[in-house]
Design a protein around this ligand. Structure first.
Ligand SMILES: Nc1ncnc2c1ncn2[C@@H]1O[C@H](COP(=O)(O)OP(=O)(O)OP(=O)(O)O)[C@@H](O)[C@H]1O
Length: 289
């Protein structure tokens, strides 16, 4: 495993070789790692996605921006197979995802995807090491092996010495670095991050974003980052802007958006998929914690 290098482009240096079309697709002959076409998603009367096309290149990073209620989290959840779209298709490496059963999608998420959310995704009863080891253990890696790998990831992310600490004993930035380590520990095809720095101060958020982009690129994973913050988006190779469930030209004037549901904030859409839920912890680590 290599240490982060200065090869990452960093902020304000978009990849000129991967221009985004207005619809969020890329002009390339290669099969995109993840390709979505005509995505529509409705929650009852609310149309959260109104026909979205997005491509994710191999090892590329994509920022999804837009005002509250514009459909960013819904897009992330549909791309990640957490939600099944009302219409449209998602292909991972050319293979359709939409026909999979609930169980198959759950397995796909565990095997092929990593997740970093704003906060609250670490299991409070587990140490940093156990949190990072858990996804690999759920995939059948023996505990000692998974924990040794977890220690290497934590060291790479600057957390050597903090392996035994529980989330409550970590700073916000440290906790997010544990979350990044956990997202990458299974060598996913794609990492999905929803406001990964939203709960951090600017300097800490900058550090976490740099590590997320650099480390994801080093392991060859692609990255999708939902964010309100243009500085965060600038770390990514490409950016799309959303309004009212559609991808629009960057800088379009907000129309007001569909707006959040009464009584439900954005956090409602940001729960960790059940795959890593506490219900499985007793199975994996043996007994109540
Ligand atoms: N589980 C749900 N049930 C009903 N409506 C939902 C649900 N999740 C999202 N919505 C609605 O879908 C629309 C898009 O929501 P989404 O969370 O994708 O937007 P967002 O751009 O991520 O917003 P934010 O930046 O506030 O997180 C909004 O009108 C929202 O209220």
């Amino acid at each position: 495993m290599t240490q982060p290098t200065s090869s990452a482009r960093g902020p304000h240096a978009p990849d000129a070789t991967a221009p985004a079309s207005p619809a969020g697709t890329v002009r390339s002959g290669a099969v995109p790692r993840l390709a979505a076409r005509g995505l529509v998603h409705r929650f009852g009367d609310t149309t959260a996605l109104a026909g979205v096309d997005v491509d994710l290149t191999d090892g590329g990073s994509l920022a999804v921006m837009g005002p509250s209620g514009s459909g960013k989290s819904t897009l992330l959840h549909v791309l990640a197979g957490i939600l099944v779209p009302t219409a449209g298709t998602v292909h991972l490496r050319g293979t359709p995802v939409q026909g999979l059963s609930e169980r198959e999608r759950s397995l796909l998420r565990r095997r092929s995807y990593g997740f970093v959310f704003q906060h609250g995704q670490l299991l409070s009863e587990l140490s940093a090491r156990e949190n990072v080891a858990l996804p690999a253990m759920l995939l059948g890696t023996p505990r000692a092996e998974a924990e040794a790998a977890a220690d290497r990831w934590l060291a790479q992310l600057g957390l050597a010495g903090a392996e035994g600490r529980r989330p409550g004993e970590l700073s916000g930035g440290q906790a997010q670095r544990v979350a990044v380590a956990r997202a990458l520990a299974t060598h996913p095809d794609v990492v999905f991050a929803d406001e990964p720095t939203g709960a951090l101060d600017q300097a800490t958020g900058h550090d976490v974003m740099k590590l997320l982009v650099e480390t994801t690129r080093e392991v060859g994973a692609s990255l999708v980052v939902v964010t309100h913050d243009a500085d965060v988006a600038a770390w990514c190779d490409r950016r799309i802007d959303m309004r009212d469930g559609l991808v629009v030209a960057p800088g379009s004037t907000p129309s007001g958006g569909a707006g959040p549901r009464p009584g439900e904030g954005p956090a409602a859409a940001r729960r960790l998929p059940e795959d890593l839920g506490s219900a499985r912890v007793a199975d994996v680590f043996g007994g109540p914690r």
